[in-house]
Unconditional design. Sequence first.
Length: 332
Amino acid sequence: MKIKPTMISGIIVTLILSFIAKFIANWIPILGAEAIAMLLGILLGNTFLKQDFLSLGIKWAEKYPIEIGIGLMGLTVTFKTIEKLGFNGLSFILIQMTLTILIVLWIGKHIFKVHNKSAMLMSAGNAVCGSSAIASVAPTIKATDDQRRTAVATVSLTGIILLLLLPILGPQLVGKHDMLLGALVGGVVQSVGQVVGTASLINPNVVAYAILFKMLRVILLTVVVLIFAKLADKDEGMVGSEGHNFKKTTIPWFIIVFGILLLINSFFKLPNQLTIGAKEISNFFGIINLAGIGLNLKIDTIKKSGGNFLLYGLTTGTIQVILAVILIKILF
């Protein structure tokens, strides 16, 4: 989308907040820049930075940089990730993601009574990679901005709680085995940044394993987007045989780019500088995304979702941990 003059002030504010969050993260690494950006955004967006003239630029910064970041993530992973984890590691992630999606959709519909699209965003965000997965699925299922923001905020807050608890509970649940702890962290925690932060609070060896498990979830992002696109089509009840045209499933351009770059990175040796650069840009665009979401997430929106949605997120995080522990005991 073209940047208009009326957007510049809002974009600059979001960028400044993102840089501040990145700087503060050096002093509070346990939270990570993404979480800090979102929390600062919520605070400032409801107090000092709620002027109307900022809204267009903040909305642009919230939506478009993350799309480029998701596309570039294709350069940070390869199919060799699957090889390194082996059959049991691959089985663990596939079963964990599948069960997470199914259970989160079910409890969203039958227990917490949230909108189907909100449940889809929650299941995608928790099963794959937090805000990046939500940003990927949202346009495919035509979710509203409020649905997307509320899901991102809930998933991110759940991730912060897991970040604080798993380093303490992990060794008690799966033992002091680096690979098993890596599977727990990499298979449960939402964003890539939070995975690294959580694992680093245990030990450096766990970080390496956790990233491998997490990257496998990221590789499967395209598959998840396709699944939710089909679910959204079905949910809207389109029946071609009765004279209605089947809606053509549109996959966001950045998911296509992600898939292409993943293939290129898997079959061709690319310069390390390119991979590192793509990772840095992708990470920073993720911070911008969370800063924009925080600035746009108004207290009224949070009140509308109420404690029900927060409880939905906490229940989801708890279920993910329980599932992961059970699967680790069975598969490893």
